[in-house]
Design a binder for this molecule. Structure first.
Ligand SMILES: Nc1nc2c(ncn2[C@@H]2O[C@H](COP(=O)(O)OP(=O)(O)OP(=O)(O)O)[C@@H](O)[C@H]2O)c(=O)[nH]1
Length: 386
């Protein structure tokens, strides 16, 4: 198959809250005349990103809510890409390229491997490049603390620095030097709220297997990540909120929560990893063990003043540990949805679209962080309801 017939794929990565969705929105809004199929790897975030994305009619947004990033991304992604390809072949759907937004806690390697490990995928798609958004305000700490953030930088074909408006020139130089040491081959540029010419980030033919094999010699070794488990037992007694189960498995298993039919109503899983005993997991991800996520939901409206006060207090006390929070809020006194989000101490809200007449109004807020006292958050939020 000649390269011209392959559908180019761009992988958009970057740590939690870096600005991936902001960049994606920018790309989708630009009049470039291309049809883009977007695959959101949302990792159990209850589809919040879909709400934050403005959907233009030309795009196809496909969500993959994965259980365990380390294990399942590949299996789900392969299935999704194959389905897309089959529909494209039959003329049921049209797209010129694919853009995959990975979750902020993901190592991009398994996603990139997909394009080299599976023949069918390799014959339909071509990995064009990996774009890594780096949050200039929080990157130093994220790179110190999270190997995923470092992997994302190492895999980049383009490094896009967001939030440079929030730091001074000296700090930016310092960060740029560190990033250049970590990945000397990727061009780097500051991108203010995702503003960048699309031709600088799409069709870059940037992915270079040789370079990746130097960084990660085991990149093409299937067994490292290929535990494409399959089980569909009932999760009713497991404790997941996002992407992980606490029960031990001796057998092959999958947490393709979007696809399996198990009852997850009592699940409470932490974000982005499995803590069950994987006899065949030889990639360590224990550093994510203290990262959890939980969701607050209600169909009662928030009192805006109470909520503002409470959230202000929360970030003052717990901001350091609040890695990412975002959601859709039902606010008293407005007919529109409020899109609310933050990273550590920085938080912001925008008015979204109007609630439709027949639409059930609700609030859904996801928190991802380290050692967050869930009870305090949930009870406090309940007290802000009208
Ligand atoms: N000041 C400033 N804020 C930015 C910039 N780019 C993005 N943001 C803000 O950063 C926050 C997070 O942006 P998102 O695009 O949602 O980040 P993300 O990487 O998709 O987040 P996750 O998917 O949760 O990991 C939002 O409030 C954005 O408005 C920028 O260049 N400057």
């Amino acid at each position: 198959m000649s390269e011209a017939n392959l559908v180019p794929v761009t992988v958009l990565t970057g740590f939690l809250g870096a600005g991936k969705t902001t960049l994606l929105n920018r790309i989708l809004k630009e009049q470039h005349g291309q049809r883009i199929a977007v695959i959101e790897n949302e990792f159990g975030e209850e589809g919040i990103d879909n709400d934050l994305l403005t959907q233009e009619s030309n795009e196809q947004i496909i969500e993959m809510n994965n259980g365990c990033i380390c294990c399942n991304v590949r299996g789900d992604l392969i299935r999704t890409l194959k389905e897309l390809h089959a529909k494209r072949q039959k003329g049921e759907i049209k797209f010129d390229r694919v853009l995959i937004e990975t979750t902020g806690l993901a190592n991009p390697a398994p996603v990139c491997q997909t394009f080299f490990m599976d023949d069918e995928i390799g014959e339909a798609y071509m990995l064009d490049g990996v774009l890594t958004v780096v949050d200039a305000k929080h990157a130093m700490q994220q790179l110190d603390e999270h190997s995923e953030a470092r992997e994302q930088v190492a895999f980049a074909d383009r490094l896009l620095l967001s939030k440079t408006d929030l730091i001074d020139g000296h700090a930016q130089t310092h960060l740029r030097q560190r990033l250049a040491r970590m990945n000397p081959r990727a061009p780097m540029k500051a991108v203010h709220f995702g503003e960048t010419p699309v031709n600088e980030i799409l069709d870059i033919r940037g992915f270079n297997l040789n370079a990746i094999l130097e960084i990660s010699p085991e990149f093409l070794r299937a067994e490292e990540h290929a535990h494409d488990h399959n089980h569909d037992h009932d999760h009713a007694d497991c404790d997941h909120e996002h992407g992980h189960c606490e029960h031990g498995h001796e057998h092959d298993h999958a947490h393709t929560h979007a696809a399996d039919a198990g009852d997850h109503s009592h699940c409470d899983h932490e974000h982005g990893h499995c803590s069950h005993e994987h006899h065949d997991h030889n990639h360590a991800h224990t550093h994510l063990d203290d990262i959890q996520s939980f969701v607050f939901q209600s169909d009662r409206a928030f009192n805006p003043m109470l909520l503002e006060e409470f959230m202000g207090g929360l970030v003052n006390v717990y901001g350091e540990k609040m890695m990412r929070y975002k959601g859709v809020l039902y606010m008293d006194g407005t007919e529109r949805r409020m899109l609310f989000q933050g990273v550590h101490m920085l938080m912001g809200a925008d008015l979204g679209r109007a609630w439709q007449a027949d639409e059930k109004r609700y609030s859904k807020l996801v928190f991802i962080g380290r050692d967050l006292p869930k009870e305090i958050f949930i009870k406090g939020l309940e007290q802000c309801l009208v």
